[in-house]
Design a protein around this ligand. Sequence first.
Ligand SMILES: Nc1ncnc2c1ncn2[C@@H]1O[C@H](COP(=O)(O)OP(=O)(O)OP(=O)(O)O)[C@@H](O)[C@H]1O
Length: 287
Amino acid sequence: MVELTSFDDLINPRLHAKFEPAPVFDDSPMVASESPKVAIDGDRVPVVIVDDLHVKYQVYSSGKSLGGAGAKRLLQASTRGIREVHAIKGISFVAYENESIGVIGSNGSGKSTLMRTITGLTTPASGSVYASSRPNMLGVGAALIADLSGDKNIVLGGLALGYNRQEISAMREDIIKFAELEEFIDLPMRTYSSGMSARLKFAIAASKQHDILIVDEALAVGDARFRKRSEARIREIRENAGTIFLVSHSMNSIIDTCNRALWIEKGVLIMDGDAKTVVNAYKAKKK
Ligand SMILES: Nc1ncnc2c1ncn2[C@@H]1O[C@H](COP(=O)(O)OP(=O)(O)OP(=O)(O)O)[C@@H](O)[C@H]1O
């Protein structure tokens, strides 16, 4: 049996090598086993290369609901079985340093799947993703506990992002100030409104300078004023040499925050170009 030495071991695998999962990305320079089929602009620094990516989900389909003749239907395998959803169908693109890329498309078009595959959370059926450093999804929600105070959750979220306690103490004031939760920080997070907890989660996650950051709809939370500030923070992260992917249904957020956009429909990349041009084409199609 592995002995846990402290509470930190439970939530921060970095502190305990035995719990460290096998790395999906390493920090070594990009070395592709085969040369990517996508064209790379030699004058810019590529940070993410997505090369002919296909992602498929195996879904267990339960078939029609069982009625009076349920027992008989149970024996009929034809109504049940494994269905395959081909969520990403051969997407290729190269993201460069300092780009802010909006990802747009209808519900179920494959945006989140593409982002999850870039972070390494979903395995491709074929094709490849190369990244110069580990892409991070903005969000520490999973690490937080509603019964603990906002303050304790800052510690939890900070540890989940890989900071040590001294670093978290140094960031604490800034996080509280950014989230505007000075008066509420000692209260359990379950007493917060959805906007307040969204602000806290954003403030914790955005405290880290990410090289490659993925924001999936995070800006859709909070009130208009907080949205403006979170957009400004994202711009700041971008200016400090980060590359950002922003998945959003808000075309204003995409135009305000991004200089490039990818439009995906039914798992296929329909358009890749300047954010305004892509958003206008998308809007025209949706009319
Ligand atoms: N875990 C999963 N298991 C099975 N199918 C999935 C899973 N996640 C997504 N899908 C399917 O893959 C397709 C793409 O879904 P995805 O969530 O990537 O779309 P999206 O563009 O992010 O949608 P939305 O705008 O609604 O968030 C959909 O058909 C969806 O049903």
